[in-house]
Design a protein around this ligand. Sequence first.
Ligand SMILES: Nc1ncnc2c1ncn2[C@@H]1O[C@H](COP(=O)(O)OP(=O)(O)OP(=O)(O)O)[C@@H](O)[C@H]1O
Length: 298
Amino acid sequence: MTGGIPIEVSGLGKRFGQVAAVDDLSFTVRPGVVTGFLGPNGAGKTTTLRMLLGLVRADSGTATFGGTPYAKLERPLETVGAALDASFHPGRTGRDHLRVYATAAGLPRQRIDAVLEQVGMSEYAGRRVGGYSLGMRQRLSLATALLGDPGVLVLDEPINGLDPEGIRWIRGFLQQLAADGRTVLISSHLLSEVQQSVDEVVIIARGKLMRTGTLASLELDRAPRTIVDSPDRPALAAALGAAGLAYAEGRNGFIVDEPEPGRVGHAAFVGGVELSELHRMKSELEDAFLALVGEGEG
Ligand SMILES: Nc1ncnc2c1ncn2[C@@H]1O[C@H](COP(=O)(O)OP(=O)(O)OP(=O)(O)O)[C@@H](O)[C@H]1O
């Protein structure tokens, strides 16, 4: 394996007619962690990955692997492994598919068996790809990306279409690749899909960067609030109003715009209201994500 080198995107832009698919996008993906490249459908994820891999020409900016654009890499397959809109010849076996790639890249034959083993596909390697399930195709594209034992992996929606067992498997697999020191970038339009697989996120909407950072930092985005409830909700509403606390009535009580449950408890005490519930609301990661990408829609 070549060392995990960072992916560096700087001022990247691409228009398709009137549509700014990618707009002045800059971010860095570092080795040793799994990074989720997230955004709603049409946000520009695939276009960005295609520019990164030299499949689409950027209108502006640069996308490099440790400073070198993909097209200038000396040994591309041994540096970057990619799985993007995988298309397979349905009549070919999984092993034949890998053989074509290995031969084209001048990679030793042993790599074929090694990657089949790695993705748990040895048993199915002799079957035609046309009969593969979506999960098996996902594993075969992953095997293809791994052929050159690259230090960088760029995978477009690798979790999409996997069953729960497959999702559990790929989580562990990606984490191991990162733990080995590789740079791992995976795209998804659902934060919940990759939440347990990624350490860091790059979030885009409408071609623009919304946020980069750790998952934990994203969670902090939502101001904590307090959940409170009472057997006498009208009295509680009055007490909150009297204390000048803004709230919304939810199914499980009132959601108060106040991070300190103590302040809410005090307001209830002053109003002589009995409480049946009082706790700090944990921010939902998906809420934070939707709030972020929603802002991008404006
Ligand atoms: N070849 C193309 N010609 C014209 N418009 C395009 C082309 N490729 C992408 N677009 C447009 O650019 C925008 C970004 O598309 P892109 O496929 O990169 O988004 P995405 O985030 O990958 O979405 P998805 O998750 O749905 O694949 C969209 O508005 C799309 O319609």
